[in-house]
Structure formats: C-alpha cells, structure tokens
Design a protein around this ligand. Structure first.
Ligand SMILES: Nc1ncnc2c1ncn2[C@@H]1O[C@H](COP(=O)(O)OP(=O)(O)O)[C@@H](O)[C@H]1O
Ligand SMILES: [Mg+2]
Length: 323
C-alpha cells in the first residue's frame, strides 16, 4: 500500500477560554489518497474550520493542538517548524477559506498577490509569473484582464474563483477548501462546485471540501466525513452514506437539505442545535436531539463502529456489531 497523501491520526484541538479548555476537535482520524475528494460536513459550530486550520498549520492562540499527528506525504505538520511549513504551503498544499474577501488583500491587485505567492517559492521571472497568473485565471474562467483588478472590483463569485486560482498557482497536491461557496447564491454555488470538480479531474490534486450543506457535495466527493460536536460521527464512501446513512445525525442532515433535483419535500431537518462544546452532553453527544435515542445513549459514549463500508458513532451499531 502506498502511503496516503494526508493521514490525520488522533487529532485534538482545544480553545483555551476563561472557563477552561473547549475541545473543538476531538480525536479525529482521516486519510486521503492522491487525487481523492473528501467532503467534511456538519452544522455550524461542529469544529470543521478548527479541524481544517489544524490540518493546514494555521491555528493561532487561544487554539492549540492537544494531541495527534497530521502526516502530509509522511511528514508530520504538527511538529514541523513554521519555516518548513511555509515552504510547503501554497506549493504542496493550499487553503481556500470561507471568505475570500478576508483572505485576499484588499489593497493589492490580483497580479500583485499572485506574484507575492509565487515569489515566496523560488525564483520565477516576471514573464513566468505573468504567464502562470494568466493561466490559472483562465482555468477558473476569469478574463486575465482582471489581473489588474482589486478584490472589491470583483463579484463574490469571482473573488472565490480568484482565490481558488491563487491556490492552484504552484500546482499543489492538496487543496483544502473551507466553505468556499457558502457566500454565494445556490446557482453560483452549484456552478463553482462543478468547476472545482473539473479542475480537480484536469489537474489531479486532492481536495478536502468543507460544507454545512451536505447536498452540495453528493455528486462530487469520493469520501464523506460527518462531524458533530467536534467528533467524526460517520465516515465512508459518499455514495454509501447518501444511500444508506448509518448515523441518525447524517440522516437528519440529508433531510435538512433535500437534493435540488429530487421531489420537493417539506424540510424536516433536526430540531435544536449542536451543543456548547464547553459542556457537551454526557453519553452520546447527539442524544438530546436524536429521534432514536435510547436509555443507554444518556450515559454510554459511543465509539466509531464499522457498518459495512462506513463507520458510525452510534450505539445502534454497537448492538448490531455484537449480534
Ligand atoms: N476563538 C474561539 N474561542 C473559543 N472557542 C472557539 C473559538 N472559535 C471556535 N470555538 C469553538 O469551536 C467550535 C467549533 O468552531 P468551528 O471550528 O468554527 O466550527 P464550524 O467550522 O464547524 O462552524 C465552536 O462551536 C466553539 O465552541
Ligand atoms: Mg467553519
């Protein structure tokens, strides 16, 4: 077996607060092969962004990694020096954040920002930089005349695509995208998603794509990771999880966002909201909202149990596995 491109083991992240540490990422495992597309889904506040920041080495206090490893091509990013990390970032893996408005520099043209990103990674001539900047903008469907534009002169969708173009400048092996489409309307989200998938197939990079809208990724991702209250609650091939969601939370998420192609059904979703992570519920963290809650769920913490090709953190599957 070749080693995975990205191998996250036992990763935990806490925010230090006045009331004590808040565990926002709790013992997360994930593994991604070259060229693979993984979607990370879950409601707001479940730790998705914290996980991505930890994977990309972008966490700042009060957040800190309390355990685990993030192996990228075999090297642990958690223990790597900032200098070595900076050498990898953009060139070998890149990150597209939720709001490109914040990620792009408002007082610099796209050309200037692309130049900075490339210049930080080796010697490129002005011609090389211009040629590559033009190329990546064309890849994301933006007219290269916009190299002279400032971020505020672009629409929201164009800014997101300009950010994705920047992430592709140095042909990384991995692109981490944290809700890159969530500021856009539904139609623009869909078309950006299609474009990301086409680029991925053309260029062969792996993707970790974060979204709170599970329906967005159904046709695009290979693997699905469902997060709830800082933990992975279900993980498996995307088709399997969509066709036969094992965890009641995954089922609830699917009902909250019906397929845009499917018949119109009333939104049922999941009543309530994710717990305050400074005081998560005892037992299964989802039990206060779970339609299938049983007595033991109040006190017994479920592990991740194998269910066919997937894994589910639900006591339902403990009893199934024991039979
Ligand atoms: N700056 C912070 N200080 C303390 N706790 C935080 C901070 N940022 C996030 N958290 C905690 O981490 C949890 C997960 O946040 P986040 O990773 O942004 O979730 P998501 O991206 O899924 O919406 C939050 O619910 C909150 O409890
Ligand atoms: Mg987030």
């Amino acid at each position: 077996m070749p080693e995975p491109l990205l191998d996250v083991t036992g990763l935990s992240v806490a925010y230090d607060t006045a009331r004590g540490p808040v565990l926002a990422v709790d013992d997360v495992e994930l593994s991604l092969e070259r060229g693979e597309f993984m979607a990370v889904v879950g409601e707001s506040g479940c730790g998705k962004s914290t996980l991505m920041f930890a994977v990309a080495g972008l966490l700042n206090p009060p957040a800190r990694i309390t355990g685990g490893a993030v192996r990228f091509r075999g090297e642990d990013l958690v223990t790597m020096s900032e200098r070595d990390l900076n050498a990898l970032r953009w060139r070998d893996f890149s990150v597209v954040l939720q709001s490109a408005m914040n990620a792009l520099n408002p007082v610099a043209t796209l050309a200037a920002q692309y130049k900075d990103a490339m210049a930080a990674h080796g010697t490129h001539t002005a011609e090389e930089i211009h040629a590559r900047s033009t190329e990546v903008l064309e890849l994301v469907g933006i007219d290269p005349v916009h190299l002279r534009s400032y971020p505020h002169q672009l629409s929201g969708g164009m800014r997101q695509r300009a950010m994705i173009a920047m992430a592709l400048l140095l042909t990384p092996d991995l692109v981490i995208m944290d809700e890159p489409t969530s500021a856009l309307d539904v139609v623009a989200q869909r078309s950006l998603m299609v474009q990301i998938k086409e680029l991925q197939q053309l260029l062969g990079f792996a993707v970790v794509f974060v979204t709170h809208d599970m329906s967005l990724v159904s046709h695009f991702s290979d693997q699905l990771l469902v997060m709830y209250a800082g933990q992975v609650v279900e993980q498996g091939p995307t088709r399997t999880v969509f066709d036969r969601p094992a965890h009641p939370y995954s089922r609830g998420l699917l009902e909250a966002f019906p397929s845009i192609r499917g018949p119109r059904v009333p939104l049922r979703g999941i009543p309530g909201s994710p717990p305050d992570l400074s005081a998560p519920p005892a037992g299964c963290r989802f039990h206060p909202r779970c339609p299938l809650v049983q007595e033991q769920c109040h006190t017994t913490e479920p592990a991740l149990y194998q269910v066919g090709e997937a894994h589910s953190r639900c006591l339902l599957h403990l009893t199934e596995a024991a039979r």
